[in-house]
Design a protein around this ligand. Structure first.
Ligand SMILES: OC[C@H]1O[C@](O)(CO)[C@@H](O)[C@@H]1O
Length: 542
């Protein structure tokens, strides 16, 4: 790759973004974020909220009398219970549907546009909820409803962050992607609060009220998104150039002739031209493009890792686990966990902006490792399983370490993985790579939700050791493979991966190199082939 000197670079590039001191020169980028951009971020984030709400509501349903009587199995003494198969299937079918949804979403978003894909995904969620809420005694119908709901949720989990990052003005893009996770946690928390409020109702309302609210969120998103502008990247890509210009101006809070609008349109045009060459080979190239195998696999591992930390062990089965510890109101414990999750995700937004990605992810993995070790050993050796009231100290330790675990997850792996994965790929491969990485998140979410119920029964709290082992492995994966990307533009990050910067020393590399001095033109396979051909032909001449 050709390296430019700083002077070369200055000469051939437009003025630096901070270089607005010349008399009569308009600042290149507006410094204020218009309300429209924030509003767009919030409305789209309802997709994240729905993800959290639907995931978070199920744990509480299993402890509701009416739900248990309708969908559970009967003991000889007339009481009801959920078998591992039935409970695992109900919980995990949402993830199975989401896995399907995430795989089809990238393609759909390119055909229908971002907004219509979001709206039709919301429609899937509405249909899924109707199937669920209308089940009167068929647990299978309820489970199918979760599957359909899942297709919508999974599709939203790819398209919402994509739409947000394509529309967001530069200075809030990082925070917007991380705040997608914040809305997921708010969704979980809201579901827990609503469950808590309705669980005492003996009637069908106990679970039907929280369940029916999913319909309302989906309706608000499905209709609300149609009043927002289309992604300017998508609009440009399908030839609606005037619309793209109008949207950029609106989201930047300027008029259409402002320099920031023309600059952005030029960037989009350059990228678009580079990306349209050989677009039909995109799926194949996400493994064969420059350092793309490394990045595609790394993205999938990081998203799988986010699930393998074990966070959903608490969110899906928390109520059941805490009931086993002998807590009289396990809903309250769930709400405490949910509140720690929301509060610490706010801290996570700060961590995402201020601390290095590597440091934060490694610290989080080490911290979660310790929590699960304590959880597993105390739960296995110190807790009296027949009568937990006899070992209150052990029960308290379990709850405290569950909270400490959630705090670690929420400040680090929860929000940061979405941000790191969105930064990993060059624009040309972003949609398919994000779809694949998100599908990997859902796949492991599915496995955990399905198998946790079986394994907790079989191997007790020592199951926590599996997650502890995964956290230890994640520490080393980040140490050896993830490059420090704080304060770098997406193009610069691409260059660092293509140049093969050593991840272990990348933080230092970042502070000692001016990446903007490098040629960050996207390296396409054609260019590589061309360079190789040129080199070979030169060699043959010599
Ligand atoms: O906050 C916890 C939630 O965050 C996720 O890991 C997504 O990032 C969900 O799978 C989980 O329920």
């Amino acid at each position: 790759m050709k390296l430019l000197t700083r002077r070369d670079n200055r000469a051939s590039h437009p003025k630096s973004i901070t270089d607005s001191t010349d008399v009569g020169v308009m600042p290149r980028r507006p410094t204020k974020v218009p309300f429209m951009a924030i509003w767009l971020g919030i409305v789209a984030s309802i997709g994240g909220f729905m993800f959290g709400y639907v995931s978070g509501q199920i744990s509480g349903f299993f402890a509701m009398d009416d739900y248990l009587r309708r969908f559970g199995q009967q003991n000889p003494d007339g009481t009801y219970f959920f078998s591992a198969v039935r409970q695992g299937t109900i919980v995990s079918l949402l993830c199975a549907g989401s896995l399907i949804g995430s795989l089809i979403a990238g393609d759909l978003a390119n055909r229908l546009g971002r907004r219509l894909t979001i709206s039709s995904s919301a429609l899937f969620c509405c249909v899924g909820t109707v199937i669920e809420i209308s089940s009167s005694s068929s647990w299978a119908q309820f489970a199918v409803g979760r599957l359909v709901n899942g297709v919508g949720i999974g599709s939203l989990s790819v398209v919402v962050p994509m739409y947000q990052s394509e529309c967001a003005p530069l200075m809030i893009r990082g925070t917007l992607v991380a705040s997608y996770q914040l809305f997921i946690t708010l969704g979980i928390w809201t579901a827990e609060m609503v469950n808590w409020g309705t669980e005492t109702k003996a009637s069908t309302a106990s679970w039907r009220i929280p369940n029916g609210l999913s319909f309302l969120w989906a309706l608000v998103l499905g209709i609300g998104i149609l009043f927002l502008p289309e992604s300017p990247r998508y609009a440009y890509g399908v030839g609606r150039i005037d619309e793209a210009r109008r949207v950029i101006a609106r989201l930047a809070g300027t008029d259409e002739h402002h320099r920031t609008v023309t600059d952005q349109l030029t960037e989009i045009r350059v990228k678009h031209e580079a990306e349209s060459a050989g677009a039909d080979r995109v799926w194949h190239e996400i493994f064969t493009g420059p350092r793309m195998f490394y990045r595609t696999v790394l993205g999938m591992i990081l998203q799988a890792g986010q699930q393998l930390t074990g966070a959903n062990f608490f969110f899906y089965y928390g109520t059941t686990v805490f009931a086993a510890v002998g807590l009289s109101n396990s809903y309250v414990t769930q709400i405490i966990l949910g509140s720690v999750n929301v509060g610490c995700t706010f801290a996570g937004l700060y961590v995402a902006q201020k601390c290095g990605r590597r440091k934060a992810l490694m610290a989080g993995a080490a911290w979660m490792f310790v929590c699960f070790m304590v959880y597993a050993f105390v739960g296995h050796f110190a807790l009296n399983h027949q009568n937990p009231q006899l070992t209150p100290a052990a029960g308290n330790v379990l709850i405290v370490f569950s909270c400490l675990f959630i705090a670690a997850f929420a400040t680090t792996w929860g929000p940061l993985v979405w941000a790191v994965v969105a930064e990993l790929y060059p624009a040309r491969y972003r949609a398919p790579c994000m779809a694949l990485a998100t599908a990997s998140n859902w796949f492991f979410n599915f496995l955990i939700s399905l198998f946790t119920r079986f394994t907790t029964g079989a191997i007790d709290y020592l199951y926590g050791l599996v997650f502890a082992g995964c956290c230890a492995a994640l520490f080393f994966i980040v140490y050896f493979f993830v490059i420090e990307t704080k304060d770098r533009s997406l193009e610069e990050i691409d260059t660092m991966y293509v140049l093969g910067v050593n991840p272990i020393t990348s933080a230092k590399w970042v502070s000692t190199h001016e990446v903007s001095d490098l040629d960050t033109t996207p390296v396409l396979p054609q260019r590589e082939e061309e360079t190789t051909r040129q080199r070979k032909s030169k060699e043959s001449i010599v």
